[in-house]
Design a protein around this ligand. Structure first.
Ligand SMILES: C[S@@+](CC[C@H](N)C(=O)[O-])C[C@H]1O[C@@H](n2cnc3c(N)ncnc32)[C@H](O)[C@@H]1O
Length: 301
């Protein structure tokens, strides 16, 4: 796919950076720690594959990790470099590169990592499964990979494909209006469903505010900005989707164990955390060690 057909993620990120403050960075750090379930980032080798704005590279770097970031889009790379200059100018343990998940030679040159963070990226590559395959060797045995991939909602995903295609085709000047209209439709659709659920609960003498609370909890932030997220959502092209079971089976067949999973339950990304299994040590010494552990038990019988 030629680069001119792709959504210009970096342009959107550049606008987002002007809204970035310490509060958003703290939210990003918390979301990273909660998702990866690691509190101690010191000494961790962290790869941000498709770094976008660079916010999560910055979060990992401030938490003490040794960070490598890369992105296909030159403007995204520039954003990540800008964040490094702004917040960690003297850091020698944060490396920002331009490269693609489709380029195996580039990926092989990066080494192996304790954590590979690839949030919301592979479904925008145009060759989702190939890119995922390319990325897996970069996870150390015992290391983790975090993925967020658009949920497959069958014909509704088809409608989203149409929305994104339309965004690409209309004149640039009209795009913000298109995004606002799609945002408004989504908002009112959700509002009506929530009010109906609320009335139903009231009728059943249950707490009517629960549907509103659920809505608020669903939109929990990763430190991003609502408008820029929406632009990314409406415009992000190429666009692929996957059912959670397809991702699970793909990873299981490559010796990864699912450690955590949360589903969007509709449009949005399913989040996965997989751990790479350590190879079983069948050397003579390892077998001897295991036998010596159980021998006293056998002799004691
Ligand atoms: C939705 S953004 C996600 C950014 C970031 N991971 C985050 O969590 O905010 C998707 C990013 O993937 C990048 N991308 C798309 N195709 C790529 C590829 N083949 N290799 C590397 N990055 C790619 C885009 O340039 C964009 O910055």
């Amino acid at each position: 796919m030629s680069n001119k057909d792709r959504f210009e993620f970096g342009e959107n990120w550049a606008r987002f950076l002007s809204t970035l403050d310490d509060k958003r960075i703290d939210v990003a750090k918390q979301s990273l720690q909660a998702l990866i379930q690691v509190n101690e980032f010191k000494q961790l080798r962290f790869l941000d594959a498709g770094s976008g704005s660079g916010l999560f590279s910055l979060a990992a770097s401030q938490l003490g990790a040794d960070v490598t970031s890369f992105d296909l889009d030159q403007n995204s790379v520039a954003c990540t470099r800008q964040l490094k200059e702004r917040f960690c100018p003297d850091s020698i343990s944060w490396n920002v590169l331009e490269g693609s998940l489709a380029d195996r030679n580039f990926l092989n040159s990066l080494g192996r990592f304790d954590v590979v963070y690839c949030w919301g990226v592979i479904h925008h590559t145009g060759e989702m499964w190939n890119c995922l395959e390319n990325l897996l060797p970069l996870v150390k045995p015992g290391g983790r990979i975090v993925l967020a991939i658009y949920n497959d909602e069958s014909y509704i995903s088809g409608i989203w494909q149409g929305i994104k295609r339309t965004y690409q085709k209309i004149p640039k000047m009209t795009r913000p209006i298109f995004v606002a209209v799609v945002g408004a439709v989504l908002f009112f659709k959700r509002l009506i469903v929530t009010i109906m659920a609320s009335c139903l609960r009231l009728f059943m003498l249950k707490n009517p505010f629960v549907p509103f609370l659920n809505w608020a909890n669903e939109t929990k932030s990763r430190g991003m900005n609502g408008w820029h997220d929406l632009v990314d959502w409406v415009g992000g092209w190429p666009f692929e989707v996957a059912k959670p079971e397809a991702v699970f089976r793909f990873m299981r067949d490559r010796d990864f164990v699912m450690q955590d999973f949360s589903t969007s339950g509709g449009h949005g990304c399913n989040e996965f955390v997989f751990v790479r299994e350590r190879p079983v040590d069948v050397s003579h010494q390892a077998v001897e060690e295991q036998v010596s552990l159980i021998r006293p038990e056998i002799q004691g019988r």
